[in-house]
Write a protein that binds this ligand. Structure first.
Ligand code: NAP
Length: 249
């Protein structure tokens, strides 16, 4: 029996963990797909393709041409367009489909979170009085904060193509530790943190640091989660094993 062609939509630590688990398993022929946003993505032990597919029709064509037998969407919790495209193709074609979505962060005792639904709502929640803001929302959501009266310190993995005037930039890739995050918040005299509820350990330390310093956090909520989702690479692997067993692979 030939191995099952798997399309794994990546760009997260969970996708990389699943790719590592699948590498060398003769039952599967995985391809890990990157959007191509990060300039130097980590090396992977499975074949990688990079760049958009060209919407629903492009993804559908790619999967047909590659005989994809199972589709795992392990993109970032905020990658709503890619998820919608994957869900549409899966429902159109009947290809088994799974969303791998790491758990969101939840506020703990002493946290001062303001939950908001969008980046625009986060900008509004900062108010009209200038504040020193640490903004870790990724490149795509930066424009929502242009024209606000705040002193913005932005951290991204790669430098954004365009940086709003008056914004200061740090480029760094996690994981970060709570001590270094606390030192950064103190050094920059940050008054409020704005972030998306990405979840995951790699970037959670800023929330621990904000808790230590009793700083408020404006937390942008995730888009709604689909019905069939798992929260770890191990659960996704178990689902793929079941797919292989169903097909006698
Ligand atoms: P998005 O808005 O959902 O996707 C925009 C377009 O990028 C998609 O329509 C698709 O283009 C392409 N794309 C996205 N993920 C892809 C993938 N894994 N493989 C091939 N094409 C992909 O997503 P996004 O927010 O721009 O995120 C892009 C990537 O960065 C994702 O893979 C995600 O896991 C990662 N990421 C995102 C965030 C975030 O905060 N959004 C944070 C960290 C990492 P076509 O329509 O042409 O197929």
């Amino acid at each position: 029996m030939s191995p099952l062609p798997i399309l794994l939509l990546g760009g997260t630590a969970e996708a990389s963990a699943l790719a590592r688990a699948l590498a060398g398993d003769a039952r599967f022929a995985p391809v890990l797909s990157y959007a191509g946003r990060t300039r130097s993505p980590a090396a992977q032990p499975v074949p990688v393709r990079t760049g958009g597919f060209g919407g629903v029709s492009g993804l559908s064509r790619w999967m047909r041409e590659h005989g994809t037998a199972a589709l795992v969407d392990a993109t970032h919790p905020f990658a709503a367009a890619m998820h919608a495209h994957a869900a549409a193709v899966a429902s159109e074609t009947g290809v088994p489909f799974l969303r791998l979505l790491r758990p969101p962060w939840a506020p703990g005792p002493g946290d001062r979170w303001t939950p908001v639904p969008t980046a625009a709502a986060a900008a509004t929640a900062l108010g009209a009085t200038p504040r020193r803001v640490f903004l870790t929302v990724g490149q795509t959501d930066l424009p929502a904060f242009t024209g606000t009266p705040h002193h913005l310190l932005v951290r991204t993995v790669d430098p954004p193509a365009a940086l709003p005037a008056g914004v200061r930039l740090i480029t760094a890739r996690g994981p970060f530790g709570p001590d270094e995050e606390e030192a950064l918040l103190r050094r920059e005299r940050i008054e409020v943190l704005v972030t998306k509820n990405s979840g995951g350990a790699a970037t959670e330390a800023k929330l621990q640091a904000a808790r230590r310093l009793h700083l408020p956090v404006v937390m942008i909520a995730r888009p709604p989660a689909p019905a069939l989702s798992v929260s770890s690479a191990d659960e996704a692997l178990a689902w793929l094993h079941a797919q292989a067993a169903c097909r006698g692979v």
